[in-house]
Design a protein around this ligand. Structure first.
Ligand SMILES: [Zn+2]
Length: 421
């Protein structure tokens, strides 16, 4: 579709932080390919690939990646990002999307350059600009990708050429855009969906991991109060911070602060953990026992999060749980439908904890009640796109937590007076 001249035209307008480096000989690729003896050579090999994937010979790198069966992981993700950007700058969109999907499948976020390269590609053709841009927005929305401010700035720059705009906006607690007053749809889960999830959780996650004796003991505790408002994975939320590891005083204090906040709101709280919670200072243990129900397992494996999720599920569709773990390993055990139901439940009920060293206090992050991924309005005239100041390597999978998220209200026509980017 595009002539050979496309690339040179495109390269002229790309962000020049992404420079092409000199041409590399075929011998160098051949040597590189043979030099890798095994995983122990990976660091140097990947370093070289990272440089070469920014060169004009990036397709040779692509061949190497394919021939060596290189997987996208933390060490190699930059190579995959570079190749994706190169593919878009070369107008090879099929390859670009294939690479983007590979990055996404491994739960990484494509970096700024890949999206900037794609936006460069989109802006080359007025007739297909909106259609192509929406393909990217649908991708980030569907996969809960949160792009950086740099990408939104580039998007605004491109969209302006065609009479649209990207305006910085704020969303209220219930998801109303302060710029256009559109309300983001609420997150909902029907009782039937909730019961389906609970049943699948019991069959595929709970029963294979927890012996029936332990489960019997847990059920006695859970049934005692019928239901809880909050279930907390005590070890996860108290060991997440650098100076709390191995510090039983700090751990006891963190959990006390969390419990204090929830009890002030009159919430019924269940704590799950292991026996060593009892080694915390007596004052903390007494306070926690007085104000919550505590279940301490002697299970050797790390199954506290399974108890936590089960405690929340048996407490009903209004119960919440508190952990900073994304629980992805457990989710993998579920069917495709179960995964979808789990994610939706998690988005609505998981609370995260942060600790502020300056004020020596903990903060509980409540989940948002509305969809907070990139979405098109029902009348298809606008998009609302979440973004972060700095790029994220991993996708927070729709769970806006300690990462401060801002919003852009994007229109394709009628440029707004409030444009801020
Ligand atoms: Zn808006």
């Amino acid at each position: 579709m595009f002539s050979v001249g496309f690339r040179s035209k495109l390269v002229g307008c790309i962000n020049l932080q992404y420079k092409f480096v000199k041409h590399f000989s075929n011998e160098r690729f051949s040597k590189l390919s043979k030099s890798r003896k095994g995983p122990s050579d990976d660091a140097n090999f990947l370093k070289e690939l990272e440089v070469l994937s920014k060169s004009r010979d990036w397709r040779n790198v692509l061949d190497l990646v394919k021939n060596q069966g290189l997987k996208c992981n933390r060490s190699s993700v930059q190579v995959f990002n570079n190749l994706t950007a190169q593919a878009f700058w070369d107008a090879d969109t099929a390859l670009g999307w294939e690479m983007l999907n590979k990055i996404n499948r491994e739960d990484f976020q494509p970096n700024c350059e890949t999206f900037q390269a794609y936006l460069d590609y989109c802006s080359m053709d007025r007739a297909t600009f909106v259609e192509n841009l929406e393909k990217m927005l649908e991708f980030i929305g569907k996969n809960d990708v949160i792009v950086s401010k740099t990408v939104i700035k580039t998007l605004n720059h491109k969209i302006k050429k065609f009479g649209g705009s990207a305006v910085r906006t704020e969303l209220s607690n219930i998801g109303i855009c302060q710029n256009c007053e559109h309300q983001m749809p609420s997150l909902l889960q029907s009782l039937l969906e909730f019961e389906t999830l609970k049943r699948e959780f019991e069959q595929l996650i709970l029963k294979p991991r927890i012996p029936s004796v332990q489960l019997g003991l847990f059920r006695q505790i859970v049934n005692k109060k019928q239901s809880y408002d909050y279930v907390i994975d005590s070890l996860n939320v108290t060991r997440n911070f650098p100076d709390s590891k191995g510090n039983i005083f700090k751990q006891g204090k963190l959990l006390t602060q969390i419990v204090e906040q929830l009890r002030m709101q009159n919430k019924k709280v269940l704590i799950v953990g292991k026996k060593h919670v009892e080694t915390w200072p007596e004052s903390a243990v007494n306070f926690i026992r007085k104000n919550t129900t505590v279940f301490l397992s002697n299970h050797k494996e790390a199954v506290d999060d399974v108890f936590m999720m089960y405690g929340a599920l048996v407490s009903g569709p209004n119960a919440h749980f508190v952990t900073n773990d994304m629980l992805t390993d457990h989710m993998q055990e579920l069917s495709d439908n179960g995964k979808k139901l789990f994610k939706n439940w998690q988005k609505q009920h998981q609370h995260f904890i942060s600790y502020d060293y300056k004020t020596d206090s903990t903060h509980i992050y409540s989940p948002k009640k509305f969809h907070h991924n990139a979405r098109k309005t029902e009348d298809s005239k606008q998009w609302h796109i979440p973004y972060t100041e700095k790029p994220l390597l991993y996708s927070p999978k729709g769970l806006i937590r300690r990462v401060p998220v801002e919003w852009a209200c994007v229109k394709f026509k009628n440029r707004s007076q409030n444009e801020l980017f």
